[in-house]
Design a protein. Structure first.
Ligand code: HOZ
Length: 430
């Protein structure tokens, strides 16, 4: 596989961009080798600057749920651009997308658009604090909610991938207001709430964690948090940046039948453009400025081009709920193939899957929280990643990121992914 152009670009990039990338995980630091510079993508495939083709298993880390050529998004965006790229004034499109989101996500009664998942979570936490007049928040070890200061404590995703789950630069003052508990450990959360009686504004979590690899909530965990929050006047925030519009039209909350007070959204909501949103109960959302006292703003928030892309994507998903069955089936076939491969090779690694999100952990024990995720053999994962890449399958370059399947992956790709997995596992154990 020739990667000369990517290598040269990476060398040049490092002169001008910290680490040569605009988001850390992309640097391949945790898996070895040079990052590939991507030139284009179509359907299930990405093409690098050296013209190698890869089956895309991350799909822009989630947004490209329909693969890379949803023509309707592209054509509507092209039309929207003609009316100007940005106004900084209200548009009819913002009402349309707000109505659509509210109709799709069960717990959302009002919604505010922002530009990324990070903005959404930072704003939701401020709102929860302003509304409850309390300072502390509980997050879960290994959950990642973007790079806002309050969340870079025991953080997953790129933070743990780079070995910095507690980032320097976060003040002690901020850190002391973030309490952490192990994912899936309801008793630990109850103890924290008890020890900080009347001081906890919010509990925030990814209802299905995707930033320590894919980790599912244990039976009763989400319901237990809901009950606890109701009892203690705590705002329950589901960070559905990954799971929103992916696990079902209404996200994880619809799938599990648990309504949070606030929800944060990103990724799919922009159809590939930079969009985030936070929404929830009217009573709480009306605390946001200019209706209420909690300030949050953005020059490009509700940008007409981004809103167009998001709306076309969400309308499509809303009208085609059969794609969720298709995604479950496709992912199910890949995971079945991987499990058969593991059996044939006498290996006992853990695969976690829900809908179109899944991870293979290089660990022999079940993975249900950050500690068990961290028991994975990271050197082996790096070798596996590189082997898969050589076989034309582009995985997330970190053990601590989930994979995302798109509807563009068909039988031919499933076969290639499963046989690449067998050969890669065989090779790294030879
Ligand atoms: N933190 C992102 C996924 N959890 C990675 C984003 C990127 O590198 O593009």
């Amino acid at each position: 596989m020739k990667t000369e152009r990517s290598k040269a670009l990476f060398e040049k990039a490092q002169q001008f961009i910290p680490g040569g990338v605009n988001s850390p995980v992309r640097a391949f630091k945790a898996v070895g080798g040079n990052p590939l510079f991507i030139k284009s993508a179509k359907g299930a495939y990405m093409y690098d600057e050296d013209d190698n083709a890869y089956i895309d298993m991350i799909n822009s880390w989630g947004p490209m749920i329909l693969g890379h050529d949803y023509e309707n998004v592209e054509s509507q965006v092209a039309l929207a651009i003609k009316d100007s790229l940005s106004f900084g004034a209200p548009t009819a499109k913002e009402i349309e997308i707000a109505e659509l989101i509210i109709s799709m996500v069960p717990s959302i009664e009002k919604v505010r658009m922002v530009n990324s998942g990070t903005e959404a979570t930072m704003s939701a936490i401020r709102l929860a604090r302003g509304y409850t007049q309390r300072d502390k928040v509980i997050k879960f070890e290994g959950c990642y909610h973007g790079h806002g200061d309050s969340f870079l404590i025991a953080a997953g995703s790129g933070a743990i991938t780079m070995g910095e789950p507690d980032s320097p630069g976060v003040t002690k003052g901020t850190a002391k207001d973030t309490l952490t508990a192990p994912f899936n450990n309801l008793q630990a959360v109850k103890d924290l709430v008890e020890g900080n009686k009347g001081e906890v504004a919010a509990i925030i979590l990814e209802p299905v964690a995707g930033n320590m690899g894919c980790v599912l909530p244990a039976e009763g965990f989400l319901q237990g948090l809901r009950t606890l929050c109701d009892q203690e006047g705590i705002i329950l925030i589901f960070d559905e940046v990954m799971t929103g519009f992916r696990l079902s039209k209404g996200g994880a909350q619809e799938l599990f039948g648990i309504n949070p007070d606030l929800t944060t959204l990103g990724k799919i909501i922009g159809g590939g453009m930079p969009v985030g949103a936070y929404g929830g109960k009217k009573e709480i959302m009306d605390f946001v400025s200019p209706q209420g006292p909690v300030y949050q703003a953005g020059t490009l928030s509700g940008n007409p081009v981004a809103m167009t892309a998001g709306m076309v994507m969400l309308n499509y998903l809303n009208d085609h709920s059969e794609i969720y069955t298709q995604l479950n089936e496709t992912t199910g076939k890949i995971v079945k193939g991987f499990n058969e491969n593991l059996n044939k090779l006498n290996l006992n690694y853990t695969i976690n899957q829900i809908g179109s999100m899944f991870s293979i952990f290089f660990s022999d024990t079940p993975v249900f929280d950050f500690e068990s995720a961290k028991s994975s053999d990271l050197t082996l994962f790096g070798k596996y990643f590189r082997e898969m890449l050589h076989k034309g399958v582009y995985l997330a370059p970190s053990q601590f990121e989930t994979l995302f399947v798109s509807t563009a992956i068909g039988e031919k790709e499933i076969e290639q992914i499963v046989s690449a997995n067998f050969e890669a596992l065989e090779k790294i154990h030879s």
